[in-house]
Design a binder for this molecule. Structure first.
Ligand code: 2BA
Ligand code: 2BA
Length: 109
């Protein structure tokens, strides 16, 4: 068994969950925050058999399209009296970052 952990843009989460359900996968969604932009994103967990991992990744690729946005990241540390002056940077949003982990043990009660 594998656990597929996928970080996606919030806007894509409803569509991805719908498509995963339609394809017969169970999933769990967690609200998360990106370390760079400090904006909310979503992390989807899907536990599945090894031979279905590619099917899950294909559903994800079909739902989470990359687009470009200009964003102002929060400065990591501010001195007292310092103004936040982080210049907008061009970032890609809307894609997906998927990590596929081995599941050592799977139990359900
Ligand atoms: P949910 O996805 O909201 O599912 C709640 C319960 O609804 C499930 O209980 C199951 O009994 C039923 N259910 C789910 N999908 C169904 C479907 N397509 N048709 C009919 N009934 C369906 P559990 O299986 O005990 O799962 C409880 C929660 O654990 C799930 O909430 C989900 O958040 C998580 N989960 C279960 N299996 C998972 C997996 N393989 N990967 C990721 N998360 C999983
Ligand atoms: P954030 O960390 O908020 O990053 C959002 C987007 O900003 C990233 O998109 C990337 O295009 C850009 N970015 C990140 N760090 C940057 C930097 N130091 N300089 C310039 N641009 C930077 P994605 O790579 O698609 O990542 C989207 C979200 O997925 C991330 O949100 C983070 O929450 C998560 N993520 C990505 N890679 C990860 C990893 N290796 N481990 C854990 N989480 C990861």
């Amino acid at each position: 068994m594998k656990l597929i952990l996928t970080i996606i843009n919030h806007d894509d989460s409803r569509s991805l969950l719908d498509h995963l359900m339609k394809s017969g996968f169970q999933a769990t969604i967690i609200s998360t925050t990106g370390g760079f932009l400090r904006e909310g994103n979503a992390t989807i967990l899907v536990g599945t058999e090894d031979d279905r991992v590619e099917d899950v990744l294909q559903v994800i690729r079909g739902c989470c399209h990359t687009r470009t946005r200009f964003m102002s990241p929060l400065p990591p540390m501010m001195e007292p009296g310092e103004l936040p002056a982080s210049a907008p940077v061009e970032v890609q949003v809307g894609g997906a970052t998927s990590l596929v982990l081995d599941v050592e043990r799977w139990e359900k009660y």
